[in-house]
Design a protein around this ligand. Structure first.
Ligand SMILES: Cc1cc2nc3c(=O)[nH]c(=O)nc-3n(C[C@H](O)[C@H](O)[C@H](O)COP(=O)(O)OP(=O)(O)OC[C@H]3O[C@@H](n4cnc5c(N)ncnc54)[C@H](O)[C@@H]3O)c2cc1C
Length: 461
């Protein structure tokens, strides 16, 4: 095993010195990510900012030869400890590989470097009348590399699907430094195994994504956002089933429970109705001429679902205000206590009420303050829990509650993660959610791609 100094000096030969960070203070910043409650006592040996694929190939080839862990990092906003360098090693930071290389309007594709920020990509493709729907709800900072690695979804999954549905091809640097091109730049492909899909959700454990060819779709002409309040959670969740029965196809159906409505209003003063038990934020999109029809049909469904106080926002400013309510929920919850932890589960839609009510009961049992939000149209729920992780009782209660959340999710035919991934946070529970044979083959695949276990070791398994 090479010493830290030798690793650092080799990397200063591969990269310009300005792109190599080595001080304790600099490395400390990269020993953590967006996850609360999962920490590493170990700092990375070095943090590097590659600017070319060739540099990454050289780094990987060096790291593989000396069995040095390599952890790719986008914006570090994941919520499962997926970037935490448990064994030290090299942090490969993608902030300097953030270029949009090509937008092809005729093919409706974009070719981008892995560090491109999703919000910037959305803005740029929109200038050509195109749309890239995946949005990990923090699209102004998070990267396409991170979204691919975590199989990110976001609010628009109900209509448009998740990141995996928009990846046509990838360039990946393998553990040994070889550059592999997988997938295609065409819309269809039946040419062998879809290896590009293997890297989606792999959390940087199978290869380093350096470039992606993305599918784009035509940008919807216009949008409206509708907020509807309910006196009980069941009416809100049942309305989703009724929307589907009525052949309605909103781009987003997001949920906030009473605690969330109250907490967001307390800190952001948006004008939310805090007397209600639940709210849905529904976005519709399409041609301007279809808006009134969609809104009228949606209002019918909401009214028969006992919704009250239906607010329809027409202007972009009003829509942004309603979206702020949903996007601000994590930040608002964080203001309630020294820490906030969040989770991510998904169940088939018919079981969503049972999941929301069950999470409430579990949190009540363990005296935890919970704000529940979620992409309810998908059956995907995010309990956000405000607590003090330095208080041993609260920390231990959260651990117990978490394990009960997972048991409940599995009992309701769901899975442990819809879009945040496994990382360090959920790996102890993976075998409860994946069949033994599937798990065995996942581990075999890891061994094929990374026999020395240098790519983001200790994550997922
Ligand atoms: C407030 C908040 C709300 C969120 N809401 C949602 C949501 O609604 N939907 C959703 O899906 N997610 C959500 N997330 C989580 C989301 O998955 C991540 O925040 C985001 O996708 C991570 O992108 P990133 O660039 O920060 O990646 P990072 O956190 O830097 O990395 C994530 C993983 O990707 C790997 N990785 C990064 N770049 C590469 C690369 N080039 N090659 C290989 N591996 C790589 C890393 O090693 C790590 O395993 C939310 C997060 C926050 C903080």
């Amino acid at each position: 095993m090479l010493t830290k100094t030798k690793i650092q000096s080799k990397l200063k030969q591969i990269l310009p010195k300005k792109n190599v960070l080595t001080t304790i203070e600099e490395c400390y910043v990269y020993s953590q990510d967006g996850t609360n409650g999962v920490e590493s006592k170990v700092l990375p040996d070095v943090v590097v900012f590659p600017e070319t694929i060739e540099e990454i190939q050289q780094i990987m080839s060096f790291a593989n030869k000396h069995k040095i862990p390599v952890i790719a990092r986008g914006a570090g906003t994941n919520l499962v400890g997926a970037c935490i360098p448990v064994r030290g090693g090299i942090i490969l930071n993608f902030t300097k590989m953030d270029k949009i290389l090509e937008i092809n309007k005729t093919n409706m594709t974009a070719r981008v470097q892995a560090g491109v920020v999703i919000g910037q990509l959305q803005d740029k493709v929109s200038e050509s009348g195109l749309f890239f729907p995946p949005d990990p709800s923090n699209l102004r900072v998070s990267t396409i590399g991170g979204a691919i690695a975590q199989s990110a979804g976001g609010p628009k999954t109900f209509k448009y699907g998740t990141t995996k549905d928009y990846i046509l091809g990838l360039k990946v640097v393998l553990a040994n430094g070889q550059l592999m091109e997988v997938g295609v730049n065409t819309i269809k492909n039946a040419t062998g195994y879809h290896l590009e899909q293997l890297f989606i959700g792999s959390e940087g454990t199978l290869g380093i994504v350096v470039e992606a060819t993305l599918k784009l779709i035509p940008k919807p002409e216009t949008t409206r956002v509708i907020m509807a309040y309910f006196d009980d959670v069941d009416s809100a969740t049942n309305s989703v089933v009724k929307m589907i029965d009525a052949n309605l196809y909103p781009s987003t159906i997001d949920f906030m429970n009473k605690n969330t409505i109250e907490t967001v209003e307390k800190f952001y003063k948006i004008g939310l109705n805090t007397s209600k038990e639940a709210a849905l934020i529904i976005e519709i999109d399409g041609f301007e001429s279809s808006m009134d029809t969609q809104i009228n049909r949606l209002k019918d469904v909401l009214e028969t679902s006992q919704a009250s106080d239906i607010v329809i926002s027409y202007s972009q400013e009003e829509q942004d205000k309603l979206w702020t309510a949903r996007r601000a929920s994590f930040g608002a919850t964080a203001k309630l206590s020294p820490d906030v932890v969040t989770n991510d589960m998904i169940v088939p839609r018919e079981n969503i009420s049972k999941l929301v009510n069950g999470i409430n009961d579990i949190c009540e049992k363990y005296s935890l303050k919970v704000c529940i939000v979620g992409h309810i149209g998908d059956g995907n729920i995010h309990p956000q829990i405000a607590l003090d992780l330095n208080n041993p009782t609260e920390a231990s209660n959260y651990e117990k509650a978490k394990s009960e959340f997972y048991k409940l999710t599995l009992k309701l035919n769901g899975v442990l993660s819809a879009e945040h991934g496994i990382g360090l946070e959920k790996k102890a529970f993976l075998s409860d959610s994946v069949s033994p044979l599937a798990l065995e083959y996942m581990k075999k695949m890891k061994n094929v791609f990374d026999p020395n276990n240098i790519l983001n070791p200790d994550k997922i398994f």
